[in-house]
Design a protein around this ligand. Structure first.
Ligand SMILES: [Zn+2]
Length: 221
């Protein structure tokens, strides 16, 4: 067990312990409906502990809304059965240069404070024999974003999946995001944001990385 000081340290430094999201082996033994029922009860207790009167019309439905939002909306990406089907196609065009999908919305939550992380992901790959539908990249980002996260792990999870699916190391991902736990609590810095860049293969070459970064920075759409 870690003590309270270590708990604060991990939260404030946003340290992650592994690339995989730490999950219990029993994570999906219960149905979503059972989880919603339990979380509704627990969150009602939290509200009452804070002194709120749940018999008030405005508050009475909040524990249910909160529980449904957690299981079905914010954290649907914890459950592998919700992972989008990422079918690939043969690269019939023979397009072999960089393909960039930019400004992909990031709507995530920090796993240390359960507060929003919002921003954008920019992803590029060099097609080999396989290509993927453009919207599938957005769906994969959305899936991994919808679980309690740290930005570094989110970047790596998306990168590794794309490298596996596309059967190439030549993938790069950059995420720029604001963390509410930095802007609305703790240091309360409203302007700072966090950038992570992960890549492999072709993008280990600085010139190739610069080509990607220049395109992303010169938004022409
Ligand atoms: Zn946080």
């Amino acid at each position: 067990m870690i003590n309270k000081e270590q708990i604060e340290l991990i939260g404030d430094n946003h340290i992650s312990s592994s690339t995989e999201t730490p999950m219990l082996p029993t994570a999906f033994d219960k149905s979503d409906d059972d989880k919603i029922k339990n979380i509704q009860q627990y969150f009602g207790m939290i509200m009452e502990e804070l002194g709120l009167d749940l018999s008030d019309d405005s508050l009475s439905g909040t524990p249910y809304r909160f529980a449904k939002m957690y299981v079905k909306e914010l954290f649907y990406g914890l459950n592998p059965k919700n992972k989008p089907k990422l079918s690939t196609f043969e690269n019939k065009y023979g397009y072999k240069k960089m393909l960039i999908e930019q400004n992909i919305t990031i709507d995530s939550s920090c796993e240390h404070h359960f507060l929003p992380i919002t921003g954008h992901a920019h992803i590029a790959y060099l097609p080999k024999d396989k290509v993927i539908g453009l919207s599938k990249i957005n769906r994969l980002v959305d899936y991994y974003a919808h679980r309690p996260q740290v930005q570094e792990r989110l970047s790596l999870q998306i990168l590794k999946d794309l490298q596996n699916i596309l059967e190439t190391e030549d993938v790069i991902i950059m995420i720029c995001a604001k963390h509410l736990c930095v802007s609305s609590r703790g240091i309360k810095d409203k302007n700072s944001f966090t950038t992570t860049i992960e890549y492999g293969g072709y993008f280990n070459d600085k010139a190739n990385r610069d080509e990607f970064l220049n395109t992303v920075n010169n938004k022409v759409v």
